[in-house]
Design a protein around this ligand. Structure first.
Ligand code: G3P
Ligand code: CA
Length: 238
């Protein structure tokens, strides 16, 4: 079992307490002590990097339609907070820059690609001196390979819902430092196998204290959670 301390990776920000993937959720995650904050990256129709989970805006905004079919200005007109509670009315879909500005000084930005890596991604990270500090996650190995071609220094993490033979080897071949696996597929054997390849094992998504304690007991380091206040440590994410 790993002896490394555990730390919270806020899932879409502190998404239990504020609208997911918004600056309000990132600010709340910082307030709750998250040392890393995960968010989802997509592209608008006019090629701007925006932070939203779903392929469409329907669930988490006042609008309708595919993110990739709407220009940034159209996306920015939408209310991304009222769906959760009226006190969040008027909150907007953030751009990548807004997310990095909100998170960067306080916690590690963990960027999950929901689209192939945009050409400008690394430049945006460099602008805020976050190329070595941030981490890019994806379920898609070819997208991580493309990120590595863009930057030798940007840390990578491979996502997988399940566990299968060869998974840690695949993450190592991608030059990843993190393997993030669905919580039901994680046990002490998986932690040991990942460590054998020099990888940190993170689990997703642990949303109650029992799940968090079980992950910690297995030796997982990063615990992806909608409730970062469940995990309060002094540990840095790096
Ligand atoms: O980063 C892990 C987790 O966020 C992947 O699933 O659906 O929440 O993006 P999803
Ligand atoms: Ca995600």
């Amino acid at each position: 079992m790993s002896s490394s301390p555990v730390f919270a990776v806020a899932h879409r920000g502190a998404s239990a307490d504020a609208p997911e993937n918004t600056v309000a959720a990132f600010d709340e995650a910082v307030r709750q002590g998250a040392v890393a904050i995960e968010f989802d990256l997509r592209l608008s129709a006019d090629g701007e990097m925006v932070v939203i989970h779903d392929e469409t805006v329907d669930r988490t905004t006042s609008g309708q339609g595919r993110v990739a079919a709407l220009d940034l200005l159209d996306l920015r007109r939408l209310d991304a907070g009222s769906w959760m509670h009226r006190r969040f009315a008027g909150i907007r879909i953030p751009t990548l820059d807004e997310a990095l500005l909100a998170i960067g000084p306080h916690a590690r930005p963990v960027i999950e690609l929901k689209v192939p890596p945009p050409a400008g991604l690394v430049d945006h990270l460099r602008k805020y001196d976050l190329e070595r500090e941030a981490l890019v996650l994806s379920f898609d190995r070819s997208w991580l390979t493309a990120v590595r071609r863009m930057s030798r220094d940007l840390p990578l993490g491979l996502l997988s819902e399940g566990w299968h033979h060869g998974l840690p080897e695949a993450a190592r071949q991608l030059d990843a430092e993190v393997l993030a696996v669905g919580i039901d597929a994680v046990g002490p054997g998986q932690v040991k196998a990942a460590e054998g390849f020099g990888l940190e094992l993170w689990c997703f998504t642990a949303n109650d204290i029992g799940m968090v304690a079980a992950c910690a007991a297995m030796g997982v380091t990063g615990i992806i959670t909608d409730h970062p206040d469940l995990i309060r440590t002094r540990q840095s994410a790096r």
